[in-house]
Design a binder for this molecule. Structure first.
Ligand code: FE2
Ligand code: FE2
Length: 203
């Protein structure tokens, strides 16, 4: 009888000491997100260089700003992953650089995938697994990519219509969440994370 009691106590201690189950899907999603954001950041930096070479300065600024935003998303996803006790393996970004018009089209396709497929699924999984940090990081990225998509569409239209002079003269990026603004139309505080505009990075 005493043995059973001891056994029961040990089981109880083991059970209560047991950590919550790991959010398995979210961990995979964070890793995929880090890979996607890191690749996008490197790709947009290369696209910015190409745009400069081709004399599309306004488009180059957009790519530079978006490149920074994606690196902020990658860093935030990495923090969320590490908070779950996981580490990211080394990755090698792979992409192709073509003409600026083709690069803009590729950027539109990438952002479309992230905003219609990838992040909506990641957010569903994070909510189901109650992974709050990951959910916040995914939300900031998702909301930013929707803005990038619109900026890229406008840039491609302007390139085709030869109205690049009407594109924003510069961009501002929130250093905390990556939110990206037309520099002439910033909010007093970041609409996603409330960081004051004085802290925004300028491109
Ligand atoms: Fe983006
Ligand atoms: Fe922000």
């Amino acid at each position: 009888m005493r043995n059973i009691f001891v056994l029961a106590m040990i089981s109880l201690i083991a059970l209560t000491g047991c950590k919550q189950a790991k959010p398995v899907k979210t961990i995979e999603n964070l890793k995929a997100g880090i890979k996607g954001e890191t690749t996008a950041s490197a790709k947009y930096a290369a696209f910015a260089q190409k745009a400069k070479e081709e004399g599309h300065d306004a488009v180059a600024k957009l790519f530079e700003a978006a490149s920074k935003a994606e690196s902020i998303h990658a860093a935030n996803h990495t923090k969320a992953l590490e908070a779950l006790g996981e580490k990211m393996e080394a990755i090698k970004p792979e992409f192709e650089v073509k003409s600026t018009a083709e690069n803009l089209q590729a950027a539109i396709e990438g952002e479309s995938y992230e905003t219609t497929t990838m992040y909506p699924q990641f957010l569903k999984d994070a909510q189901a697994e109650k992974a709050e940090k990951a959910e916040k990081s995914f939300t900031w990225a998702f909301d930013t990519e929707k803005k990038h998509l619109e900026f890229y569409k406008s840039a491609l239209n302007a390139l085709n219509a030869k109205t690049e002079a009407q594109l924003p003269a510069g961009y501002a990026v929130c250093p905390v969440c990556g939110n990206t603004y037309d520099a002439a139309k910033v909010d007093e505080k970041c609409a996603f994370c409330m960081t004051p505009k004085e802290k925004f990075l300028k491109f």
